[in-house]
Ligand binder design. Structure first.
Ligand SMILES: [Zn+2]
Ligand SMILES: [Zn+2]
Length: 226
């Protein structure tokens, strides 16, 4: 974690990823605008994308929570990611800034967006698939905002949307922080029953493994301050 904080390469790298991802999302929205699709098609694509985004991002989250190779060159980025289990990270910021900052942690999204751009410009799939892919590309960042709001928002609109199951509710997501190896999805959490099954079968949990990194880091920082 110290390497992340002290080496500007890592913080600049997150800004670079955020800029590339957000720019690519805008390019994709621009290109998809020209691909015709009926209103029903849009609705089907959006619903499909919503379910897939919740599932894919939840899976990536589960894999990342179990990564322990802190000594590798990308170790500081992994260590920084693991701090999301510690709620003080969620300081209040304007939503567009949260969208940008959190998108900077999504390294996997960059090749995914580039692949969609390739499919889109080469007309590889039918319009329904292309629209679904672009929706996933953008909703993956929206999922980060949903997670942020779940931790910080007191707004009535957000609470109504989370009660309706459209965004992540604190009641559902709190188990990820309080318990172990559970509820990784964070757009609205609808795919957690499936992800929890995968987690129980293939993963061990984070409380006694990667979460210990923060405990050691925090106690080390306090010791240094003394
Ligand atoms: Zn987590
Ligand atoms: Zn959380």
């Amino acid at each position: 974690m110290e390497r992340y904080r002290s080496n500007r390469i890592y913080t600049s790298f997150s800004s670079l990823i955020a800029t590339l991802n957000v720019s690519l999302q805008m390019v994709l929205v621009y290109f998809i605008w020209a691909v015709p699709l009926t209103i029903t098609g849009h609705l089907v694509a959006f619903i499909l994308a919503f379910m897939l985004t919740d599932f894919i991002n939840g899976l990536v989250h589960m894999i990342m929570d179990h990564k322990e190779d802190y000594d590798s060159f990308y170790g500081p980025l992994v260590a920084n990611f693991h701090l999301h289990h510690q709620t003080p990270k969620y300081t209040k910021r304007p939503i567009p800034l949260v969208y940008y900052n959190e998108t900077g942690a999504k390294i996997w999204l960059l090749p995914f967006l580039l692949l969609i751009l390739f499919f889109l410009t080469s007309n590889s799939f039918n319009p329904l698939v292309l629209h679904t892919l672009v929706y996933i590309g953008v909703l993956s960042s929206v999922a980060e905002v949903s997670h942020y709001l779940c931790h910080t928002s007191k707004s009535k609109t957000f609470h109504l949307l989370s009660r309706m199951g459209l965004l992540l509710s604190w009641k559902h997501h709190a188990h990820h922080h309080a318990s172990d190896n559970t509820n990784y999805a964070f757009l609205n959490g609808m795919s957690d029953p499936l992800i929890n099954l995968i987690a129980r079968t293939f993963f061990t949990g984070y409380k006694t493994t990667t979460d210990q990194h923060f405990v050691n880091y925090a106690s080390g920082s306090r010791a240094n301050q003394r």
